[in-house]
Design a protein around this ligand. Structure first.
Ligand code: ADP
Ligand code: MG
Length: 292
């Protein structure tokens, strides 16, 4: 009877857009205590827009955006696309970039027209010893609104604070409520700014937040959650989520996410919709109840 019930559960899942890729996923899922979610592209659309640009004294918005967008044109990060679209909308022509480096989890560094251009999180500016002065207040206030603040520096001097805003997916609030009703803890793991992450978590009623995690740090965050709460599921979409998807007791990939994430997952939410997480756990509970 056991294999039959598992087959029925797996088949029902497939009908509901929840693909159990590994045999024991349906069994392990029953005991899940905490569901950890990646933020960008999982809780949010993953398509941020530039919402604000506040320049330092004496800097023009167009001049800053011209250099910043040129540098970001070399980056693959969703933040880069947001800044590029904003420059395009304003009809800004981009200069040639002579040198470029992506610093994952920090930001980017480029040489343009003989100037050194830095764009990224506050920890990039710390690392490069840029004194941010009054811009930190502006950034803090943008973060409290749930926006991600970024700094730009040109030749060692702060030039602007920019903010990008990534809309929460319409189905996210109901998905989190469903997990809470099932008695589960809900956590967020993100590389984004802490204050931004806290603002979004508060809006969504998320119980635990781990923010400003470097790409390799997501696995550690999963291990900490497991030690504190027990069996841990992780939901993610990105290349940088693959190690955490593999490390979690159950890894669930957003079906519209990257192939690398899907390859590392035990369960694929085909529709890309987060309510599939609760569906998967319901199915698992019902299947295991039938077996006993
Ligand atoms: P996440 O995908 O969760 O945002 P990342 O590790 O990709 O995590 O990025 C962490 C932070 O590093 C971003 O929130 C941003 O502050 C900074 N960053 C990364 N790439 C860029 C970029 N191309 N331009 C500006 N900032 C960046
Ligand atoms: Mg993501």
């Amino acid at each position: 009877a056991t294999p039959t019930s598992i087959m029925v559960g797996t088949g029902r899942g497939a009908e509901l857009g929840v693909l159990f890729r590994k045999g024991d996923a349906l069994q392990v899922m029953e005991g899940v205590k905490v569901v950890a979610l990646d933020k960008t592209g999982t809780l949010t659309e993953g398509r941020p827009e530039l919402s604000d640009i506040v320049t330092a004294d004496g800097m023009s918005e167009a001049d800053v955006l011209r250099l910043v967008a040129a540098a970001e044109a070399q980056s693959e990060h969703p933040i880069a696309s947001a800044i590029l679209r904003a420059a395009e909308e304003r009809g800004i022509a981009l200069p040639k970039v002579d040198k470029f480096r992506a610093l994952p989890g920090y930001g980017i560094k480029a040489e343009i027209e003989g100037k050194t251009v830095l764009v990224g999180a506050d920890r990039l500016m710390e690392r490069e010893k840029i004194a941010l002065g009054a811009l930190t207040d502006t950034a803090a206030s943008l973060a409290r609104d749930g926006k991600t603040p970024l700094y730009a520096a040109i030749d060692g001097a702060p030039a602007a604070v920019l903010a990008v805003e990534d809309p929460i997916k319409p189905s996210t609030p109901a998905a989190i409520e469903a997990l809470h009703r099932m008695g589960l803890e809900v956590a967020m793991i993100t590389g984004d700014n802490s204050a931004t992450a806290e603002a979004i978590a508060q809006r969504l009623g998320i119980d635990h937040v781990t923010a400003e995690v470097l790409p390799r740090g997501k696995v550690k965050a999963i291990e900490d959650l497991r030690a504190a709460h027990g069996i841990t599921a992780f939901v993610g979409d990105g290349i940088n989520d693959a190690p955490a998807l593999a490390a979690a007791d159950i890894g669930l990939a957003i079906g519209t996410g990257t192939d690398v994430a899907i390859g590392a997952a035990d369960v694929v939410l085909v529709s890309g919709e987060l309510p599939g997480v609760a569906t998967a756990i319901h199915l698992s509970r019902r299947t295991m109840r039938n077996i006993r």
